[in-house]
Design a binder for this molecule. Structure first.
Ligand code: MSP
Length: 520
């Protein structure tokens, strides 16, 4: 793999980030970090989507300007992503000067080549979707199915993008590229939506939506959300209509757009059409993830069950986000919906991260100190069945990530942890030491520690802090070990660790120790 360019959806800034936004960013970051372990040239883009009627109305209701609200709320998203250790390369805001300028030129180019035209239009507008809906899209009661709100009847003269011109080419691309839409079960849904597609409105009258990018040479019209928002994926890396930067040439086409299932139509149909009109190569893949519910209930302001990711970290007194990252990234099979519950969160991270994985490292290192003063001797050979299992797991995990099966990959890692625990239980190194079978005992401990190095590499995308702490206690060079190069013999012969340097990598939530460290 020569390069890996990945993007997330850019979030609307009319409110604070919630756990649904966080789910996407965590999932995307886990995928991204995994590919940084396979490839040197990687780039991750995220950001905020700042124009449109929703933002204009929310700012007005607060008595502040839209720009003021965007500045404040965009910062909240940045702060949340920092707290979650989201390792993005660039954060784009659609109010960035460069983005605004290039979007205006994209629009002008499409107008000049006849792909955008003006037309009088009466339609049903849902401000939640920032989109016109057709009668067919609505529920039986005439509501938007996603926002359960009645759309407004809007009659305006707008610019339209000739999406119908590209309909056949889009269908052809989807049909000939079976990996384009992930998971594959969403493909037919998209093809069905495409059958009913019409030209799309791409501007709104400034008199109705003032918080938008001006159409060049037509100050009464503002560029309406999707051409503005979707173009972020190219403007952020240096696309311009006449000239593209080296960075753009190197990174485009994007390898992966990570988005929620609710905006798949905009990405797989609208964006594909826009890129075709611009004469640009198409994205390699679009991953549409499912939605996160809270205690099996849809999150909504009216139900008061919206959870902020940073509040959650504070609630459990977690100074690192690893547990939350692990839980969220493994909350659902690829593309399916997942659920968050406090009880499930505590149980899962305590069982997997503290009991199975953390304890295994802790007790193995402690035995190495107890029986060998923390030394690894040359005669301690690595036992091959467990070693082979570890190398096999690396391959399995890479294979799952090739399909963005993040939950499934984690299950494989935990199976390896279970195997290693079983190996210790079955081999009874404490009994071997008691019987004076010291080489055998050393072999068991070294084998487990060697496999723990592999586990630290594999768990790194989910739990970067825990993984680095594990690697530190194992003197393992996690950062520069590429997954495809992982072998055994990760543990060097010689002195490995002193008693004082052994510590748990993850304290059970609600454990006495965790309580003590909180008080400290
Ligand atoms: N601004 C548009 C995206 C433009 S991308 C060029 C938008 N913003 S959003 O703030 O409404 O949503 C941002 C992302 O968060 C979307 O991918 C959406 O699917 C995701 N999620 C919002 N709520 C979610 C859950 N409850 N669960 C999982 N993801 C959710 O759409």
């Amino acid at each position: 793999m020569e390069k890996f360019y990945e993007t997330t959806a850019i979030d609307y800034v009319n409110g604070a980030p919630h756990i649904g936004h966080a789910y996407e960013k965590i999932l995307a970051d886990v995928i991204y970090r995994h590919f940084t372990q396979r490839c040197d040239n990687t780039f991750m883009l995220t950001g905020t989507d700042e124009h449109g009627i929703k933002i204009q109305k929310t700012a007005a209701s607060k008595g502040i300007t839209p720009k003021q609200m965007c500045d404040e709320n965009s910062q909240m998203f940045k702060d949340a992503w920092k707290a979650l250790d989201f390792d993005y390369s660039k954060f784009i805001r659609t109010t960035d000067e460069q983005h605004v300028r290039v979007v205006q030129h994209i629009f002008k180019k499409l107008m000049e080549q006849g792909d955008i035209y003006k037309n009088k239009y009466t339609g049903l507008y849902c401000s939640g979707c920032e989109a016109f809906l057709s009668e067919k899209d609505l529920t039986e009661d005439g509501l938007c199915p996603d926002h359960l709100k009645k759309p407004e009847v809007v009659s305006e003269e707008n610019y339209f993008f000739k999406l119908t011109k590209y309909k056949e080419a889009i269908a052809n691309h989807i049909n000939t590229h079976p990996d384009f839409i992930v998971p594959a079960f969403r493909k037919n849904e998209v093809l069905h939506q495409l059958e009913n597609i019409e030209d799309i409105s791409v501007s709104r009258a400034k008199s109705n939506v003032s918080w938008s990018i001006d159409v060049l040479d037509d100050p009464d019209q503002g560029i309406y959300v999707w051409i503005d928002a979707l173009s972020n994926y190219i403007t952020a890396i240096g696309y311009d209509v006449d000239e593209q930067t080296d960075q753009f040439k190197q990174l485009w086409p994007v390898n992966l757009h990570v988005i929620g299932k609710d905006i798949l139509k905009f990405h797989s149909i609208y964006w594909t059409g826009i890129l075709m009109a611009l004469g640009l190569p198409l994205p390699q893949q679009i991953l549409a993830h499912g939605w996160i519910t809270i205690d099996e209930t849809k999150m909504s302001k009216s139900l008061g069950n919206v959870i902020s990711p940073t509040t959650l970290l504070e609630h459990f007194h977690l100074d690192k986000p690893d547990a939350m990252r692990y839980y969220m990234a493994t909350a659902a099979p690829c593309g399916k919906d997942g659920n968050y519950s406090d009880k499930d969160f505590k149980e899962k991270v305590n069982a997997h991260l503290a009991n199975s994985m953390g304890n295994l490292l802790n007790r193995t290192l402690s035995m190495l100190v107890k029986y060998f003063d923390g030394d690894v001797k040359p005669e301690f050979k690595i036992d091959s069945p467990l070693k082979n299992k570890a190398i096999e797991t690396v391959k399995d995990v890479m294979h799952h990530f090739d399909y963005y099966e993040v939950q499934e990959a984690a299950q494989k890692i935990m199976l390896l942890v279970d195997e290693a625990n079983k190996y210790v239980t079955d081999s009874e190194p404490w009994a071997l030491a008691k019987n004076g079978e010291m080489d055998k005992c050393g072999q068991v401990l070294t084998t487990v520690l060697d496999v723990m190095c592999v586990i630290s590499s594999l768990i790194y995308p989910y739990c970067p802090n825990i993984a680095q702490d594990m690697a530190k206690q194992l003197s393992y060079d996690l950062k520069s070990t590429k997954l495809q190069d992982i072998k055994s013999d990760n543990i060097k012969v010689g002195h490995l660790i002193d008693k004082a340097d052994i510590h748990p990598v993850f304290l059970r939530i609600d454990s006495e120790l965790a309580d003590k460290s909180k008080k400290k």
